[in-house]
Design a protein around this ligand. Sequence first.
Ligand SMILES: [Zn+2]
Length: 252
Amino acid sequence: MAIAIPVLPYPAMPLLADPPPWNDANRPQGRPERVGQSVLGHPISLFNPAPANLLLMGGVHGDESEGVFLAHLLLATGCALPLIPCLNPDGALLRQRWNARNVDLNRNLPSRDWKPEPLNPRYPPGSAPGSEPENQAFFAALARVRPSMVLSFHSYKESFVEIERPPETLPAAINRAVATFTAAVGIERRPSVGYPTPGALGSFAMENDLLVFTWELRRGISHGELYAILPQVLAFVTELNRHRFVPPPKRP
Ligand SMILES: [Zn+2]
C-alpha cells in the first residue's frame, strides 16, 4: 500500500514537546494528552493516547533532535500510534543530553542495576531511581498505553537498532519485521550498545516485560534523509503494532 506523504512547510527544528501548528489540521486523533511536565515546567505530551502494542518515543536525550524531528514527521503523516515526540523538552531547549537537573534520563530508570554513582560523568543517574519528572511522565504514558513494546529514537555516530532480548525469545513475525526494516534502510540489528548502561530503558524493560527497540539514528542525519525513509518507518511501526510481545517465563 502506498503511503501518501504530504509536502511539509519545513519549520526550524522543532524543539518542544508539542509539534508546530501545521500538524493540527491533519491530525484526526485530537489534542495530545499531557502525561507530565519537565523540571522547568514544559508539558510532556502523548499523542494518540490509547491502548496499543507499541509506544513510540523521541527526545530522551535533549541533544539528539534527529529523533524528535522524526517523531514530528510521523505525526504529520498521520501515524496513529501513541507517540511522545520529546520526553526531555528542557534538554532540547538547552541543547544538552541531560534534563534541567543534569540527569541522564536513560540512566535514571528504576531497574535493579541502578546505582547512585555514575559509571561515567557523562551519565549522571539522578538522586534516586525514577526520580526525574520526565521519567514519571514516561511511566504515566506506559500506564495509559499499556504497550508490550517501546521504540525509542536516539542518535549516535552510527545507525543501528539495538534489541537486548535475544532473537530466539521474540516472535518470528517481530524478527521478520526488524529484518525487513533494517535491510530497507541499510542498518544493522545489534544485541547491545556495547557498554554497561545501568538504569537505562533496556534494563528496565527486561524487568518489566517490555520489548524495547532503541533506534540510533545517524547523528546529524538530515531532515531530507529522514523524510526519504518515512514510508519504511511507517511500515515498520505499523507491522510491529500488529503483534503483542509476550516475554518468556522467568527463571525462578
Ligand atoms: Zn541517546
